[in-house]
Design a protein around this ligand. Structure first.
Ligand code: ATR
Length: 272
């Protein structure tokens, strides 16, 4: 029941038409009897959007592509992890003070632990991409105590910038997307590019991959995960990471731990 006390949360980004976050968070609020709604704020003006949050007293938002780095300058306080990885995906309005967090890396840690039970047998991890999403994944790998990774990216300069952000945390060797030696010897390959999000394309040639588990941060099966499975490689889409980040955000917004199974049933449409 919406009334004058209903709190408003949302997601800010562009484009947002396919975001699952409003469905998930609004139904989590409903399930836990919290008088709040969560909606999509699609905008091409992030600075004004943040002013709007302040002016209207919106309680919290997720920040998504392309604004996760741009908001760093517009908020009042940044949690240490978000500061380290230089991206914010969650803002909480605490009595008028906007505080930024990052839960993407926590979602990836959840996904990684769900699927990788023998981390001591993992020798080589390769990250594809060097943008905002890649930064969260690299930071998660650092938090998982991984000491060294390969980073493959289309644009060398962007790879170098990302490597420099993490120079005191994790060793990064850079190469290009066609590095057959690295791809064939990798145990895990994480796609952090947007390639395959809305198109039937892959960032790497699957024929170069011999044994790696493919992890994709895209929550639907992409061409890459499908190709990997047809080669009998294990492939994991980004749904676990999506649910993981949402549950960590829910905790920041409400102080409550939401149940993972409830979250999955909302996304599958089994929940009314
Ligand atoms: P996000 O926040 O989603 O990571 P981003 O910061 O724009 O978005 O980063 C996008 C990543 O996908 C980058 O690594 C980008 O490579 P470049 O650094 O060369 O731009 C990669 N990417 C996007 N489109 C690509 C394409 N068609 N082929 C290869 N890489 C691509």
């Amino acid at each position: 029941m919406i009334n004058a006390k209903t709190e408003i949360y949302g997601i800010i980004g562009y484009p947002l038409k396919h975001s699952l976050s409003p469905l998930l968070h609004t139904n989590l609020f409903k399930f836990y009897s919290i008088n709040a709604i969560y909606t999509a704020f699609e905008t091409n003006n992030i600075t004004n959007a943040i002013k709007g949050l302040r002016a209207l007293g919106i309680k919290g938002v997720n920040i998504t592509v392309p604004y996760k780095e741009a908001v760093l300058d517009s908020i009042d306080e940044i949690d240490e992890n978000a500061k380290n990885l230089k991206a914010v995906n969650t803002i909480k309005n605490i009595s008028g003070k906007l505080v930024g967090f990052n839960t993407d890396y926590l979602g990836f840690i959840d996904m990684f632990k769900n699927h990788i039970k023998d981390i001591q047998n993992i020798k080589l991890i390769t990250v594809i991409g060097a943008g905002g999403a890649a930064k969260a994944i690299i930071y998660a790998l650092y938090q998982l105590d991984i000491k060294h990774i390969f980073l493959l990216n289309r644009t060398l300069d962007n790879a170098i910038k990302t490597k420099n952000i993490f120079k005191d945390m994790i060793n990064i060797d850079i190469s290009d997307l066609n590095d057959k030696d690295i791809l064939s010897s990798s145990d895990i390959i994480v796609n952090c590019t947007s390639v395959g999000l809305n198109t039937q394309e892959t960032p790497i040639n699957i024929n170069y991959v011999d044994k790696a588990i493919i992890m994709d941060i895209i929550y639907k099966d992409s061409l890459l995960t499908k190709q990997a499975r047809s080669k009998n490689l294990k492939a994991i889409n980004g749904m676990d990471m999506f649910i993981g980040q949402a549950l960590h955000t829910f905790k920041i917004f409400t102080g409550k731990n939401a149940n993972k199974k409830i979250a999955y049933s909302i996304i599958k449409g089994d929940f009314e």
